[in-house]
Design a binder for this molecule. Structure first.
Ligand SMILES: Cc1cc2nc3c(=O)[nH]c(=O)nc-3n(C[C@H](O)[C@H](O)[C@H](O)COP(=O)(O)OP(=O)(O)OC[C@H]3O[C@@H](n4cnc5c(N)ncnc54)[C@H](O)[C@@H]3O)c2cc1C
Ligand code: SF4
Ligand code: SF4
Length: 1017
């Protein structure tokens, strides 16, 4: 039998690196993120799981790699645990015996779509949502899919088995699948088709790694729905039964019990920056609410359903409720926002007995049981039951056995647990029924050592014994559980520096994973720690004392690009990006962690010259065209705020904006050299003290110009003026009455004036990139499109992901933190532009322009990245020079500086400064340093002393070596004169701020260089 493997040998690691390259991870901290699933065990039970952390995580891209992985595992007898969306809760992705977690989500290609036979062959790791979107674009659709479609995968559903939307018509997951290719535990590849699929279904990765699946499809149609309320489960049952008997051609039947409805009505709506962007949720009646879904073309055939509902004692609900429920299809865990924790139980019962099951649950369980039901086509209904609780309360332990009571009730009425898995291994026979023996035989024959996902189907002895005992003494457990009450928790106190509202969200997060795949911080880097789900998990682990908040972890919060994609994807409507934003100053200012190093230099530039490009404040207004200077220098109702990048680097943005406003007859003013950066870089770098200073300056200068409406060109400036400044102004007691608009919002109202003047055509295919800070954060989607489309000659193409779904360019934090990752993220976005054969990618954000232009340069792409304002102004007949080269030149300094601030590169540079550093050492230390050269073993003694000595010595050494350091920096970083001139002012303070946190990273590189130097000199 396979042993527990918690670490791999050097040789084994090398072999895995040979197979997966950078797609394998051995870092202890990262592995910790791959040791759990969505379930939460009670604190007294959890230890029975043992140490469930893999020794490595490998991202498998294709079947060939899966074969190599399984062969490797066989060679060394190492367990392999397939993991896809990790949205399941039966322990199937938990590596209870360590080994290698095989992340399947990278095996996600669509290999073939056959329109005639209505089949699609796909990589097993493709997410349902992505597949469905691609198929819908081709007029096709899958037959059925789980409600976790935004995160779960095709392979995961077959491996876990289940029912979902569409199961009322098409049945269980395996019925909608034609065949599957599997890498068996022996390393052979076998195709399971027809009836054989049953031996694979629900085996949770124990049969092998499913690499490819051929799905059955249907033609795409809009989904329509009828929602109805029923006073009790009996009338609901009657309606479903009659609909089935009368062959009403429904695709899906799902329902909620009144407890679920009650909580759903209370869940908060989505709020972006204090605004709700959606129409309020309609109130659901406190009843059993059932949604009957069908394809649009069956409208007439479904009509009799309304009579059936009424005859069964139900009532048809208004269409707006049905529409709302369809929109909320994939948000079944939404109610967990008010959890914070849930005790789950999921059972399958015959529809025939459903009402009696409900009755018995109501009579026997004192905690409110929230139930979501989903019908299959075989007369069975799945009841997903949750009881609200708090996992940190001790009562969670005593209330948890109530889930066994629900299973007991289901069994009493001919039902069973939905899935067996790690926790209910003793029930595997009832779950797999006729296939049980075949599955066991197959496993014994192909995997006698239990290499593939060990213990998942056989269970973990201590844990299963405890659960079996719990079942035996279920009446007692129920009695105690019923007395436990809801262990609700009030989150009122800050804990370990985490504000209470963030702690609450961390415990509410369902770990569903909807936020993972579309987070650019995640897909740029590829590891769970970088995803929002991972960060919530970390916070819980940190609060529980199982992980530390160090610089590495701090960086995961600081590296978030602030794109707000997670906020739009979260089914719980959690304010995720805002939470990381709140944490930034906590980490940087309160916990004194290091911000992303280049931001320290930017901060000094901001404090000195009020811009991030280390240029001179006096040059800030140089962009203003001569003929406009006088016109826009006075007071006005409208104030154009250009921002740093448009003022100093991509001046075409500022000039273009001014030209458009002027041609549209808008009288406006600018702050000129009184303008400061909007402050967003400091807000996101966690340096809120610097942010506050410049924000105050901007507000006061704008007021002194008599401005009522602030117009911005930059989305980040827009977000600051529109959302963040008012919030801060209120907090600081500053009067703030500005209306804030992007120029596109102002100009669409003036198109009657502007449009006739747009004469120069742009005969190109142009696509549009929505920028996050004005798109998802502000909902300004249509005005820029309208403006762009007004330019004659343009053939406009939308990118595949647009508006709320638009992918981030990867700029802001990632470009400054990790340029190669930023370029990768940009390239993913630019691939979409290639797909629509765009000549020009137009956008309105200076940062997106920098990001895309540097990526185009890096990857040598044939693509033109242009600013909307510049495009429009050129069409108005102005000669607006292209700023691409200015962007690249300005970025080069940043790029080289970022590179230099990497610990290893800093150490290399300091090697050059070694003579000055030695000279700068306090005199009492010099003899000891010299002894390294003469006394054997002294170098070994010195190594451990360095981490203690250097932080003490550095503050006195640094000023002395600074002149040489500045020269060394100049050698490595190409700089325009204005930056060179300012470096003596900027660098010392930046270094002073960076050194305390940077030194621990520097010392491992610096110490050997220092010892080497002393020995030689
Ligand atoms: C909000 C929400 C809604 C849900 N709705 C439904 C629903 O409607 N119906 C339903 O049935 N379930 C539902 N679930 C549970 C879960 O989403 C499903 O079981 C889903 O199919 C799991 O897919 P996954 O890709 O996340 O797989 P994972 O959770 O990653 O894995 C599940 C099991 O399959 C194995 N596995 C995964 N991929 C492979 C592979 N390629 N080869 C071999 N083994 C593999 C894993 O080892 C594991 O044992 C829901 C969960 C959530 C959070
Ligand atoms: S804001 Fe964007 S980058 Fe940040 S966590 Fe959310 S999705 Fe990821
Ligand atoms: S943050 Fe939201 S979307 Fe992400 S895992 Fe948690 S609940 Fe799911």
């Amino acid at each position: 039998m396979v042993k527990h493997i918690s670490e791999l040998s050097g040789e084994q690691k090398s072999e895995l690196i040979n197979i997966f390259g950078p797609r394998v991870n051995f870092k202890k901290r990262e592995r910790h993120y791959y040791g759990h699933d969505i379930g939460t065990l009670p604190s007294l039970v959890k230890p029975m799981l043992g140490k469930s952390e893999p020794a490595a995580v490998a991202k498998v891209e294709n079947e060939n790699e899966a074969v190599k992985l399984v062969n490797f595992a066989n060679k060394y007898n190492i367990p392999v645990v397939p993991r896809a969306g990790a949205s399941s809760g039966y322990g199937g992705v938990i590596p209870t015996k360590g080994g290698i977690v095989a992340d399947i989500t990278t095996m996600n290609q669509i290999q073939d779509v056959n329109h005639e036979n209505l089949k699609a062959t796909v990589g097993a790791g493709i997410r349902w949502e992505r597949l469905e979107k691609k198929l819908n674009n081709q007029g096709l659709s899958v037959q059925a899919l789980p409600t976790s479609a935004p995160s779960s995968t095709v392979g995961g559903w077959l491996a876990q088995n289940g029912i979902g939307f569409g199961s009322f018509e098409y049945g269980w997951s395996q019925n909608t699948m034609e065949s599957a290719r599997v890498v068996l535990p022996t390393g052979e590849v076998k195709e399971f088709s027809g009836d054989q699929i049953k031996n694979l279904t629900g085996t949770m990765g124990t049969t092998g790694i499913i690499s490819q699946i051929t799905l059955k499809l249907r033609n795409y149609e809009d989904t329509k729905g009828i929602s109805a309320e029923f006073k009790d489960a009996e009338s609901l049952k009657k309606a479903i039964h009659s609909a089935d008997e009368q062959n009403i051609p429904l695709w899906s039947v799902t329902f909620l019990n009144p407890n679920w409805v009650d909580l759903k009505n209370k869940t908060p709506e989505k709020h972006q920056h204090g605004r709700s962007d959606k129409t309020p949720n309609p109130e659901l009646p406190m009843a059993y609410v059932c949604n009957f879904l069908y394809p649009e073309s069956r409208e007439n055939d479904v009509k009799p359903l309304k009579d059936i509902i009424q005859n069964s004692g139900g009532k048809v609900l208004p269409d707006k409720i049905a529409d709302h429920e369809i929109n909320e299809s994939y948000k079944s865990m939404k109610i967990k926002r008010l959890g914070p924790s849930f005790i789950p139980a999921e059972v399958l019962v015959p529809l025939e007995n459903m009402d009696r099951v409900f009755e018995e649950i109501n009579n026997n369980i004192d905690l409110p049981v929230l139930v979501e039901g989903m019908m299959s086509n075989d007369g069975y209904v799945v009841l997903l039951c949750f009881m609200r609780h708090s996992e940190r309360s001790l009562k969670f332990n005593t209330a948890f056995p109530l889930s066994l009571s629900i299973v007991n009730i289901a069994e009493k009425y001919g039902g069973r647990i939905y899935s067996s898995g790690l926790y209910f291994a003793q029930k595997a026979e009832s779950v797999f029924a006729d296939n049980y023996r075949d599955i066991q035989n197959f496993k014994n024959q192909h995997d006698p050592n239990d290499l593939m996902n060990p213990e998942t189907l056989t269970g973990k002895s201590g844990l299963n014994t405890a659960i079996s005992l719990g079942e035996k003494f279920e009446p007692l457990g129920r009695m105690i559980g019923n007395k436990s009450g809801i262990g609700s928790e009030k989150f009122t106190k800050e804990e370990k520096g985490i504000p209470p509202e963030i702690t609450e969200l961390a415990y509410s997060c369902s770990q569903c994973g909807y936020c993972v795949s579309e987070c650019d911080q995640y897909y740029g880097r590829g590891w769970e720690s970088q995803s929002p789900r991972g960060k919530w998990f970390f916070i819980k682990e940190y609060l529980a004392g199982r992980d530390d908040l160090d610089q590495e972890q701090t960086n995961t919060f600081l590296s978030c690009t602030t794109c707000e994609m997670c906020d739009t994807r979260c089914e719980l409507n959690m304010p995720i990006e805002q939470s990381w934003r709140k944490l930034r100053p906590k980490l940087v200012q309160e916990k004194e962690m290091m911000t992303i190093p280049p931001f320290e230099i930017m901060a000094q530039s901001l404090l000195k010259e009020r811009n991030i490009w280390a240029n001179y404040m006096k040059n800030r207004a140089d962009w203003i065209p001569e003929d406009l200077k006088e016109k826009i220098s006075g007071e006005s109702k409208y104030g154009y705020f250009a921002g740093c990048t448009a003022s100093f680097v991509e001046k075409d943005i500022a000039v273009g904006t001014a030209r458009m406003l002027d041609d549209a007859d808008i009288d406006f003013t600018v702050l000129g050299d009184k303008e400061s950066c909007c402050g967003i870089p400091m807000l996101m770098a966690g340096k809120w003290d610097v942010f506050e200073k410049i924000m105050k300056m901007n507000i006061s200068n704008m007021k002194s110009k008599g401005v009522e409406t602030v117009i911005t060109s930059c989305p980040a400036c827009w977000m600051m003026w529109h959302d963040v400044y008012p919030e801060w102004a209120e907090k600081l007691g500053i009067e703030y009455n500005f209306e804030v608009k992007h120029y596109s919002e102002v100009l669409v109202d003036k198109l009657d004036v502007l449009k006739p003047k747009l004469k120069e055509p742009l005969n190109k295919v142009v696509t549009w990139h929505d920028s996050c800070h004005i798109g998802r954060a502000g909902g300004v989607y249509e005005p820029p499109r309208q403006l762009l489309k007004s330019v004659p000659g343009i053939e406009f193409k939308e990118l595949e992901n647009n508006r709320d779904e638009a992918h981030c360019c990867g700029s802001v934090m990632t470009l400054v933190a990790d340029p190669p990752v930023a370029h990768k993220v940009a390239n993913i976005r630019l691939d979409e532009a290639k797909d629509v054969n765009a000549d020009v990618v137009a956008t309105l954000c200076p940062c997106c322009l920098v990001q895309f232009r540097t990526a185009v340069d890096e990857y040598n792409l044939n693509m033109d990245i242009q600013d909307l304002g510049a495009i429009v102004a050129r069409s108005l007949g102005y000669d607006i020079p292209d700023s691409t080269q200015d962007t690249l030149d300005a970025w080069l300094t940043f790029d080289k500086m970022i590179e230099l601030l990497q610990p290893q590169n800093m150490a290399d540079m300091m090697e050059e400064l070694m003579p000055e550093m030695m000279e700068a050492m306090p005199s009492y230390l010099k003899p000891m340093m010299k002894s390294v050269k003469y006394v054997p073993g002294m170098d070994a003694l010195m190594k451990p002393m360095m981490p203690k000595m250097m932080p003490i010595l550095m503050p006195s050494i640094m000023p002395k070596v600074m002149p040489s350091m500045l020269k060394a920096v100049e050698k490595r970083v190409p700089m325009p004169d204005y930056i060179k001139e300012q470096m003596p002012d900027l660098m010392p303070k930046a270094m002073e701020n960076l050194m305390p946190n940077m030194l621990p990273q520097l010392i491992p590189y610096l110490t050997p260089k220092m010892i080497e130097y002393i020995k030689k000199n």
